[in-house]
Ligand binder design. Structure first.
Ligand SMILES: C[S@@+](CC[C@H](N)C(=O)[O-])C[C@H]1O[C@@H](n2cnc3c(N)ncnc32)[C@H](O)[C@@H]1O
Length: 242
């Protein structure tokens, strides 16, 4: 990606470092030079027609994912729970960082959007998996050693996930961006995030659920804009610390 992307990423790291009172730049160079993630993704996509085949650098992936990587490297979380997997790109960045930490695990929840049956989302998001692929198909065997993938509607699966994992370090919402799903996921997850833990929400622009939730729990969020599908910058994802 061009210099502007990298400059913007540095700005995000600075703002997130200030917000969380940690130095995310500690792992900036490692993330920037992480050829392993690119190599593993290129290996996974090589026979998949509908997917980009070559990636020049790590900034071609969304800030949402690269930021997750440095956040995990710096904060050394125990258990992470994410909703919304699709190809497994965010999962891949999380799992690669956890592998480097030599500690922690990821539990992901996904209601699959199969090519054959169409999008699972009821929020207008209309992408699907490539033909014949399962959610998280980009991850490899090493990733899977520290990964639990739970299939089903987040609101139906999360109660059991939290029953078995009473305390988590990070929760990430990126499944269905309807008010009901976002609001309910945030309310289910929050009591299980440990003090100092982090709650990250993607597509906060979809409705007011995230801001309503911040008001409810008395937190001022760090809001990070990102380029939308129209190429314009808009508010996109945000985080709060417990
Ligand atoms: C935006 S994609 C996730 C992208 C992924 N987090 C990343 O950054 O690489 C949203 C995913 O959520 C799934 N999904 C849709 N509705 C869901 C629901 N109610 N519960 C869980 N997953 C759902 C979709 O099938 C899709 O795989």
């Amino acid at each position: 990606m061009n210099k502007t992307g990298e400059e913007l990423f540095s700005l995000y790291l600075k703002r997130t470092s200030d917000y969380l009172k940690v130095d995310l730049f500690e792992y900036y160079d490692e993330m920037k030079n992480n050829k392993e993630i690119i190599r593993e993704i290129e290996e996974a996509v090589k026979d998949v027609d509908s997917f980009q085949k070559k990636f020049n650098d790590i900034f071609e992936f969304r800030f949402f994912r690269t930021l997750l990587y440095v956040l995990i490297r710096v904060t050394k979380p125990g258990t992470i729970v994410e909703t919304g997997v699709m190809h497994g790109l965010s999962s891949k960045f999380i799992l690669n960082a956890l592998r480097k930490n030599n500690n922690g695990k990821l539990i992901s929840v996904d209601l699959p959007s199969f090519f054959e049956s169409g999008p699972a989302n009821k929020d207008g998001y209309n992408f699907t998996l490539p033909k014949g692929k399962q959610p998280g198909w980009i991850t490899n065997e090493d990733d899977k050693k520290i990964w639990e993938l739970r299939i089903g509607k987040s609101l139906e699966v999360l109660p059991d996930v939290f029953d078995k994992n009473k305390e988590i370090s990070i929760f990430i919402h990126d499944s269905e961006h309807t008010y009901e799903t976002m609001w309910s996921e945030l309310n289910l997850a929050w009591p299980h995030i440990k003090p100092g833990g982090i709650c990250i929400c993607d597509n906060i622009e979809s409705n007011t659920s995230f801001f309503d939730f911040c008001l409810k729990v008395g937190k001022i969020p760090l809001v990070l804009p990102a380029p939308g599908n129209d190429g314009l910058m808009s508010i996109r994802f945000a985080l709060i610390q417990k």
